[in-house]
Write a protein that binds this ligand. Structure first.
Ligand code: ADP
Ligand code: X2W
Length: 284
């Protein structure tokens, strides 16, 4: 039987693909499409690891429960009640919904959070100064910094034909769980596993010259060009930390990073084989 292009392996001897799905993607209409694409990639022998967030859904549940939402430099200030929301929404509902969609598409997902293994070891982030939040150090509460990734666990699952699906919570040696930005998790996992590629799937088609115009996607972006877009104000909000963390991961050896979204069937494989054809590929 011949293989369609969506079924051709896109990695060989190198590390896996790391695919990060934002919360709006996991909870949105494109989930079935993405799940089919991911299942096709893994069936064809491409090793992959899925990392996901759920920020938008967590914010909505906090609002319903009357828990104040506060963000500093794109990071959620996380008290004990907020952390419970993250556990319920990200490691709970969204991880299960994502794994179920992947099962329906024919993949073999294994849902994980940072305390599985532990896949993601973390420590509490100490108070620090954030440029956008004044001169005083800010304590983000139960937000973690990653101190380790259980590469062996992720590779073991991959070698058995399973698809690890990792929710963005970390585990402290003291038994405390921590909230970690999902882009940070995906970049760290990509660095630690020597990923062949990192795909950050969001609710925009890529990095846009004009955020109000989806047709203004930039197919390829150097680090210098990205920094200029941030400085000019063309790139704002969540795209700033996404780019900055990705530039750091490129410097640490991740071979290719793609920012993409609003995907149609086959787009993931197309972007993997023709970088910049669907999203924005970042160039060191
Ligand atoms: N120039 C830009 N191009 C694309 N997106 C941008 C740009 N500037 C700001 N953004 C914003 O960045 C958002 C994506 O970042 P984020 O919300 O953190 O995504 P995710 O939750 O998927 O990680 C977009 O929804 C968009 O509003
Ligand atoms: C510390 C911190 O801010 N963590 C993020 C984790 C979720 C996330 O990153 O979700 P998306 O990928 O959908 O944005 C948050 O609480 O929103």
């Amino acid at each position: 039987m011949s293989q369609s292009s969506a079924e051709a392996p896109v990695t060989t001897a190198t590390g896996p693909l790391v695919i990060k799905l934002g919360g709006e993607v996991v909870g949105g209409p494109a989930l079935a499409i993405l799940s089919s694409d991911l299942a096709a990639l893994t069936r064809a022998g491409t090793r992959a690891i899925v990392v996901h967030g759920g920020g938008a859904q967590a914010t909505r549940l906090q609002e319903r429960l009357g828990i104040p939402v506060r963000q500093v430099a794109g990071q959620r200030v996380t008290d004990a009640d907020t952390l419970d929301v993250m556990k319920m929404v990200v490691a709970g509902k969204l991880n299960v919904d994502l794994c179920a969609a992947l099962v329906a598409a024919g993949a073999r997902p294994v849902g994980l959070h940072g305390a599985s293994g532990p896949a993601l070891s973390a420590v509490k982030r100490p108070p620090q100064v954030y440029a956008s939040a004044g001169p005083e150090p800010v304590d983000l509460g139960l937000v973690g910094d990653i101190t380790g990734v259980d590469r062996g666990l992720l590779e073991l699952l991959g070698s058995g034909g399973y698809l690890p699906v990792l929710a963005c919570l970390g585990a402290g040696a003291d038994g405390q769980a921590y909230n970690i930005n999902a882009d940070t998790v995906a970049n760290r996992v990509a660095v630690e596993l020597g990923a062949a590629g990192l795909f950050l799937v969001s609710d925009v088609p890529g990095v846009l010259r004009d955020v109000s115009d989806p047709a203004s996607r930039i197919p390829s972006l150097t680090v210098a060009e990205g920094r200029a877009l941030i400085a000019s104000g063309a790139v704002t909000r969540g795209m700033i930390p996404k780019l900055e963390e990705s530039f750091a991961a490129l410097a640490e050896g991740v071979r290719r990073i793609h920012i993409l979204g609003r995907l149609k069937p086959g787009d993931l494989a197309r972007e993997a084989s023709e970088p910049g054809s669907i999203g924005t590929v970042l160039i060191p």
